[in-house]
Design a protein around this ligand. Structure first.
Ligand code: ADP
Ligand code: MG
Length: 225
């Protein structure tokens, strides 16, 4: 197994100071993913899908339970270890893009390669090639606030793919795109899955996207159905 998730529980503290209450969001989540799979996570808004993806990618620590990726227990990592493991192994497409506002589209996509220590010349070639592939070459010098929602989505996707990560997490990757562009992006993800055997775990509302995956996991009220 590439990823094994065992008995994950997570809750959030919500409410005003002194009156907080603990709201359980994920309850005993267990599943595993094989290398090369495309797994779709579906479920109602608020059911815990984004929380699950953030925990898998190490942005959030579960209250309890274990995550094992390629024989490494990742759920015990501290923040720095998580960041390093992510850089080597994951690409993450956020539901709300999370682009760096002070960097251009090009620089946002380039950033992970910079962090990995790739030289400037190689970075430029690689970034330009991918931006062309996702139809962004004409806006590469725009800042995020000078891009449409769909363009920001594509920058976020390019940034996730630029390091050729073995595992890609995508939180509603086509949620902000028109149906045509959404279909293009799904084709791109399927193509990299087919050609480079990259594993994809995505949250989606699109029945079309879910249909093209190897497996569908339904989350309902923080539990797997
Ligand atoms: P989904 O992605 O399935 O729509 P989420 O994982 O975003 O659902 O949220 C699941 C539940 O957890 C929701 O009830 C949401 O309000 C709550 N939640 C998410 N993030 C936080 C947070 N940072 N603090 C408090 N509650 C949160
Ligand atoms: Mg969500």
């Amino acid at each position: 197994m590439l990823i094994t998730v065992q008995d994950i529980n997570h809750s959030f503290l919500i409410g005003r100071k002194g009156k907080e209450s603990n709201v359980p969001v994920l309850k005993n989540i267990s599943f595993s993913v094989k290398q090369g799979e495309i797994v779709s996570i579906v479920g109602r808004s608020g059911s815990g899908k984004s929380t699950l993806l953030h925990i898998l990618a190490g942005f959030l620590k579960p209250d309890s339970g274990e995550i094992v990726v390629k024989d490494t227990v990742t759920s015990v990592f501290n923040e720095q270890q998580s960041a390093q493991f992510r850089l080597e192994n994951y690409g993450f497409i956020f539901q709300n893009f999370q682009l760096m506002p002070g960097l251009t589209a090009f620089e946002n996509v380039e950033l992970p390669l910079k962090l990995k220590g790739m030289n400037r010349h190689q970075r430029k070639d690689k970034v330009q090639q991918l931006m062309k592939h996702v139809g962004l070459q004409s806006v590469q010098d725009h800042y995020p606030n000078e891009l449409s929602g769909g363009q920001q989505q594509r920058v976020s996707i390019a940034r996730a793919l630029i390091t050729d990560p073995p595992i890609i997490f995508a939180d509603e990757p086509t949620g902000n795109l028109d149906s045509r562009t959404g279909a293009d992006i799904m084709n791109l993800l399927q193509e990299i899955n087919r050609e480079s055997r990259q594993t994809i775990i995505m949250v989606t509302h699109s029945p079309e996207a879910a249909k093209n995956s190897s497996r569908i996991i339904t989350v309902s009220d923080g539990m797997i159905e």
